[in-house]
Design a protein around this ligand. Structure first.
Ligand code: GLU
Length: 474
């Protein structure tokens, strides 16, 4: 039997699920799903000041919104500190690590000396082979790894290829600080080992950490997991991703009206490709995803592309599903409650669904859908935007006054029947259709632009439509 695949996503709680983190999570998830494995979630919460419940929940919430799930409960790195200490002590007992009694002053001096001599700051190994009986009194020791002094450490990375790090550059790293807290480097290795992680997929900013971590694995006699270090995401201009470029949290993308399926598709293509395919379902991604098609250079975040892709998903998502996504979006934005209330009233979801096929053709995001569907829930008398106000001149208001009874006479009130009435009316008035349709649009929606006016009439129904027209008509 082949070993079953275990990946993990190991975010530090920063207050939100950063877009780069979302992609890392997605890659781990896709790989595990596609290989009959599982993805675990470990919260690297050792920075206690930042690791509030709120910050952790923001991560979980972001992942859930993205549709990325994990196996079992999230694992807290902080909660495992005793186990990290135990491993460090075991390494000391086995001669793989040692107590270092160097004081802060000595370490500072070491660093300064190295700097003065133009060398990288390295620990000089002064306690490496010293007998602990020489330990100064009253100094709490740190635990350092007895790292190899020469040779090299090789990382066979699935994305970066074979990379070798001269061991002389990787000094005796600290495993436990003198206050007994484990270092990040130790914690990651012990956790990944204990969690049975077989594949580590993460940003390539962790590549040099990989070499140091490999030393810890080998000191413990543990197998190093398969590693895949993915290039970071850059902005469209090639510079490091900043807020301006889209280095935002998942919740920001939710509020900008993107669909989770579009986000998954877009993020999957940020750094990974499958031939010329641009649009793939989640099942296809799971089937196709592999490390060999991850590029070595940073990918560029492009809002325009995301928006276009989202437009595609808006059009191709089933109406009922799109309604659910719309509700999730509404619940996450500041002024969404009013529309949620409206939707919860009897008959209104039906109205929304009736309008949706026309609306979703033109909306690239849920924000645009929110705007274009606005006519559904606005209350009479409608407030008019500037353009609508302009369209509703005295003449136009008088025109609508003549049109209203004709619409009111209709027995079946559909896009077709209203279309016929309005055309006939325009002809009788010797006007182009637009001259009637535009003020009509303003009257029905309060806006100068709107979805197709006959669809609007049908969805609103006769009573509401005629009432809105009469509100502005002379
Ligand atoms: N907590 C690290 C980060 O957020 C990830 C560590 C890892 O994947 O090994 O960058």
């Amino acid at each position: 039997m082949t070993e079953s695949i275990v990946t993990r996503f190991a975010p530090s709680p920063t207050g939100y699920l950063h877009i780069g983190g979302a992609r890392t999570a997605l890659f781990n998830w896709l790989y595990a799903k596609g290989h009959g494995g599982k993805m675990l979630l470990r919260i690297e919460d050792t920075d206690r000041a930042r690791s509030t419940d709120e910050a952790v929940n923001a991560l979980l919430d972001g992942l859930s919104w993205m549709g990325i799930d994990w196996e079992g409960d999230p694992i807290s790195q902080f909660a495992r500190a005793d186990r990290h200490r135990e491993v460090a002590e075991q390494m000391v007992a086995e001669g793989k690590a040692y107590y270092c009694y160097a004081t802060q002053e000595e370490l500072t001096e070491m660093r300064e000396k190295a700097r003065a001599e133009g060398r990288p700051p390295r620990y000089d190994g002064r306690w490496r082979d010293r007998d602990p009986s020489e330990a100064p009194e009253g100094v709490a020791p740190a635990v350092r790894l007895k790292a190899p002094l020469d040779g090299e450490t090789i990382i066979n990375d699935k994305v970066q290829g074979t990379i070798s790090f001269p061991n002389k550059d990787l000094d005796d790293l600290v495993l436990l600080r003198s206050d007994g807290t484990p270092t990040y480097m130790l914690a990651v290795v012990v956790d990944d080992h204990d969690m049975g992680v077989t594949h580590i997929v993460r940003g390539d900013d962790h590549l040099t950490n990989a070499a140091r971590q490999a030393l810890i694995y080998s000191a413990m006699g543990w197998d190093v997991p398969v590693m895949a270090h993915i290039p970071l995401i850059h902005g469209p201009d090639g510079a490091k991703l900043s807020k301006r470029h889209g280095a935002l949290g998942a919740e920001a993308y939710r509020a900008m009206g993107y669909l989770p399926a579009a986000m998954r598709n877009y993020l999957a293509r940020l750094g990974w490709s499958h031939g010329d395919e641009e649009i793939f379902s989640t099942d296809q991604m799971i089937e196709w995803f592999d490390f060999d098609a991850i590029g070595k250079s940073p990918s560029r975040f492009d809002f325009q592309k995301l928006e276009n892709l989202n437009g595609h998903y808006m059009r191709s998502t089933e109406d009922a599903e799109l309604l659910e996504a719309f509700k999730i979006y509404l619940a996450a934005i500041e002024d969404g409650q009013e529309v949620l209330n409206w939707l919860s009233q009897s008959g209104n979801e039906g109205k929304f669904l009736a309008a949706l096929p026309g609306l979703k053709e033109r909306a690239k995001t849920l924000v645009e859908l929110h705007q274009s569907a606005r006519y559904l829930w606005v209350q009479r008398p409608l407030d008019l935007d500037e353009k609508a106000e302009k369209l509703l001149s005295d003449d136009a208001r008088a025109l609508l006054g003549r049109l209203a009874p004709k619409l009111d006479e209709l027995e079946t009130f559909t896009a077709e029947t209203t279309d016929a009435v309005v055309r006939e009316f325009a002809e009788a008035e010797e006007l182009k259709l637009g001259k009637v349709a535009q003020p009509l649009r303003a009257a029905l929606t309060g806006r100068g632009t709107s979805p197709g006016i006959f669809d609007v009439l049908e969805v609103l129904g006769k009573t509401e439509s005629v009432a809105r027209i009469r509100d502005v008509a002379h």
